[in-house]
Design a protein around this ligand. Structure first.
Ligand SMILES: Cc1ncc(COP(=O)(O)O)c(C=O)c1O
Length: 449
């Protein structure tokens, strides 16, 4: 513990908050109990500096689709490393990757590669503004840290205030709210096609229809859902179509690569012309990530990846909910099997459950992903951990803080911005042992991504 603290103190002296992504801050887990650092990853596991191995569910914030160090992806990357990383002219593999992506999602007729979800969302928004000559954006979901979107967040210091009038947020499944938000000044609607809730009353079809009636561009932000959804993407799963689509996270199995793609006439906005619009990035043609993505799509094309992921996710979800029911606990695993969330009455309940699961070798976070490397052994470890976690939780249900050896977790910016954390139950927290920044999960509390 002392070593952990010393390392952490040293990190926070040279890196703001010690992290590159706010959702990796210790207070997003159970600070004092969880490892602060991870040293390596292997298949479905991550290993901390002390050599302790955990079944990994945050999975690189949703990037690790095929497990850590997938053999085939690694081989593609290694082959590329032998022949260079970044060239002065394009490489033919960029075209091959674009063609492979278009096989997954036929609505993409052209593709531009960038590095992050924030970048590809910004690129999509810029294309839509260029194509429509309009500026206003309607957003539903989380779309990264760039100014156009951050203007709509509470944490927007440093973002020009003038951008606030150019974006309106709406809630998922709130079609009446959406109708108020969209106008004939709307350039684009950008939306995560699903998060945890299922679309209701033809929400996606209605959004598609209304967006086009207003002459706006529909962008599906599939940063999370691409390659994890049944049939490859959310739009294939729900049989709806966007004009532009954003891929990210899982595309490189941890390597930094994302893309925006869509209708040819929209994507052609990016072609070089006087007074045109541009998205141009030095590292957009970085070949190790492109090779990694080709490796991902090779495995993806051969291995029923979404089916395997959904099967595993469903198994864990069912086990969690059945165990909660048997033990008469007010706890629920919600969401589609490829990305689930545990709902508890308070953050303290959730933290105690996480703490006990960690002690049994399972690292849970605010959202659970699964990888195709999560095998029977990993699932068995997970089920044992859930059983143990709930047994302890049962015992300390009235006062979970009494058994908590660390701090109560706080929610992430993503959760706050997308209202992901809605809990139906109305239990009250009954005290606080740790300093408990105590995001009471029945409301919107803390922030950060
Ligand atoms: C749906 C969605 N869009 C965009 C982003 C931003 O991606 P990045 O963090 O790679 O910039 C995220 C990140 O979590 C996301 O979940």
């Amino acid at each position: 513990m002392k070593l952990r603290r010393a390392d952490w103190d040293a990190a926070t002296k040279v890196i703001p908050d010690g992290v590159q992504t706010m959702s990796k801050m210790p207070n997003r887990y159970v600070d004092g109990v969880y490892p602060t650092f991870i040293e390596s990853g292997d298949g479905p596991y991550v290993i901390d500096p002390g050599g302790v191995k955990y079944v990994d569910y945050p999975l690189g914030l949703g990037t690790i689709l095929l497990g850590h160090n997938n053999r085939i992806v690694k081989a593609y990357m290694q082959q590329q490393m032998n022949v260079g990383i970044l060239y002065p002219l394009p490489c033919r593999k960029e075209r091959v990757l674009a063609e492979e992506i278009m096989k997954i999602i036929p609505s993409m007729e052209m593709v531009r590669f960038v590095k992050t979800g924030s970048e590809s969302c910004s690129a999509a928004v810029r294309i839509a503004r260029a194509a429509t000559g309009r500026e206003h954006i309607v957003a539903c979901g989380y779309h990264g840290w760039h100014d156009w979107y951050a203007a709509s967040c509470d944490r927007n210091k440093g973002v020009p205030k003038c951008l606030q009038s150019l974006i309106t947020k709406c809630d998922y499944n709130d079609i009446e709210g959406f109708k108020k938000a969209i106008t004939d000044k709307t350039a684009a609607v950008i939306m995560e096609p699903y998060m945890f809730d299922a679309p209701q009353n033809n929400f996606l079809e209605e959004v598609e229809k209304l967006t086009h009636e207003k002459g706006a561009i529909l962008i599906f932000d599939e940063t999370i859902t691409a390659l994890r959804s049944k049939h490859g993407t959310a739009q294939m799963m729900f049989n709806v179509k966007s004009d532009l689509t954003v891929f990210g996270k899982a595309m490189g199995n941890g390597m930094p690569i994302s893309c925006v793609g869509g209708k040819k006439e929209l994507m052609q906005e990016l072609e070089d012309k006087p007074n045109g619009c541009f998205v141009s990035s030095t590292f957009g043609g970085e070949m190790i990530s492109i090779a990694a993505a080709l490796g991902v799509l090779k495995v993806y094309g051969e291995g029923n990846v979404p089916e395997r992921i959904w099967g595993t996710g469903e198994q864990i979800k069912k086990f969690f909910n059945q165990t909660a029911l048997q033990m008469k606990l007010d706890a629920k695993c919600v969401g589609y099997p490829c990305r689930t969330r545990f709902d508890f009455p308070t953050a303290a309940h959730k933290s105690l459950f996480w703490q006990e699961c960690l002690r049994k070798g399972v690292l849970f976070g605010h959202a659970q992903f699964v990888s195709s490397a999560h095998d029977v052994t990993a699932i068995n470890i997970t089920q044992d951990a859930i059983n143990h976690g709930m047994t302890v939780l049962r015992q300390y249900w009235e006062k979970p803080e009494d058994a908590l050896d660390g701090e109560v977790t706080v929610e992430t910016l993503r959760q706050k911005e997308t209202h992901e954390l809605r809990v139906e139950t109305t239990h009250k927290r009954t005290g606080a042992k740790g300093k408990a920044m105590a995001a009471d999960l029945s409301g919107v509390a803390s922030d950060n991504t």
